[in-house]
Design a protein around this ligand. Structure first.
Ligand code: TRP
Length: 350
């Protein structure tokens, strides 16, 4: 399929970066992360998780952050944190994040990272914080009665997430681009004011098209419309059976006109590593029932090895928690070294 959509500078830059990654993976340090607010799902898998493992396997140094403090941006209390953190660890290990090569850590265990927030806040204006389109959108959708200071400042905290380890490449979706731009601004201003300490990191945009949830709206951890990475075959079948389709019998891939049907076709195509148009054509007059049969089988087949590994790791939570402890140790060493440099550059009494 060809489109005449203009290619955005971020997309063009990402293509350049991919070429550099193939040539010289050792030049890059990647930082990515998730908020521990619920189970990771197939949208995460095809959107970002899969890509992290690809980068790790290319030889890139990958840091994976469990952003526990960031949970508090849009809710009063972070609930079931331990459960969600352990769930993320299981998901990471199951998809192939290798703790011998990658560093998995969480915000609240790395004090020196969090301390970077103070000098970084001094580098941005209140007006800039108020203009961030992603933050504005999150405020509109927030269920809180008052907007907290963390909501406006978490993008600066995110700059600390990336810059503490001098990450220079951040795989993101479109919604995170304003945060990345702010991170670049923080790095540039710090360097101008105090001397060269930080890289200006690049965004690496995901090429994967977006999967919708089973209700044909945005797939989300908290909307009950997602198939979790850790779901079993029966649960998958049940969720797919309940998915929104439409009244047209003939199955086609037309994301604009038929969002529900097309997202199911796309999910099957991603699992089968095939073109969605070809998958739709093959189902043809099989209708919604045929489509759902294909999707369930494709998901269950593709996810079987991941689910089996996840179940195995779940038998050994001592090991799983140890992965985070070791990652936090490494992250602390890196963060303390960076904070030392920052205090030195700023002329702080030490
Ligand atoms: N905001 C990201 C999300 O909601 C999570 C995150 C926190 C992150 N810190 C980060 C992503 C730093 C990339 C870089 O998905």
């Amino acid at each position: 399929m060809t489109t005449d959509l203009p290619v955005s500078p971020a997309v063009r830059r990402s293509a350049e970066l991919e070429a550099q990654l193939a040539r010289d993976p050792g030049r890059f340090r990647v930082l990515t992360g998730d908020r521990p607010t619920g189970a990771l799902h197939l949208g995460h898998y095809f959107g970002t998780l899969h890509n992290r493992v690809r980068l790790q396997d290319l030889g890139v140094d990958v840091f994976v952050l469990i952003a526990d403090y960031q949970v508090l941006t849009d809710r009063d209390v972070a609930e079931r944190l331990t459960e969600h953190v352990e769930g993320l660890l299981l998901d990471y290990l199951a998809i192939g994040i290798d703790p011998a090569r990658a560093t998995v850590f969480n915000h609240s265990a790395v004090p020196a990272l969090n301390q970077l927030l103070l000098p970084f806040l001094s580098l941005v204006s209140v007006a800039e914080l108020g203009r961030n389109p992603t933050v504005k959108d999150e405020i509109v959708h927030s269920r809180q009665s008052a907007v907290s200071g963390l909501m406006y400042t978490y993008p600066v905290h995110q700059a600390a997430d990336i810059l503490f380890c001098k990450g220079n490449l951040v795989p993101v979706g479109q919604d995170q681009l304003p945060h990345l731009e702010l991170t670049r601004t923080v790095a540039r201003r710090f360097n101008e004011r105090y001397g060269n300490v930080f890289p200006e990191p690049d965004a690496l945009l995901s090429a994967a098209p977006m999967l919708l949830g089973t209700d044909a709206t945005k797939m989300s951890k908290s909307r009950g419309n997602a198939i979790a990475l850790g779901a079993d075959a029966d649960e998958t079948a049940r969720l797919v059976r309940g998915a929104t389709t439409d009244a047209e019998r003939h199955i086609t891939y037309e994301p604009e006109r038929r969002p529900g049907v097309s997202s199911l076709v796309l999910l099957a195509a991603l699992c089968l590593d095939r073109d969605p148009h070809a998958v739709a054509e093959e189902i043809g007059d099989g209708g919604a029932a045929g489509l759902k049969r294909t999707v369930t089988e494709a998901v269950n087949t593709a996810m079987a090895p991941i689910r089996a590994r996840r179940a195995e790791y779940a038998q050994d939570m001592g090991y799983v928690r140890g992965v985070l402890r070791a990652g936090n140790e490494r992250a602390n060493a890196v963060a303390e070294a960076t904070l030392e440099e920052v205090r030195e550059a700023m002329g702080m009494f030490r």
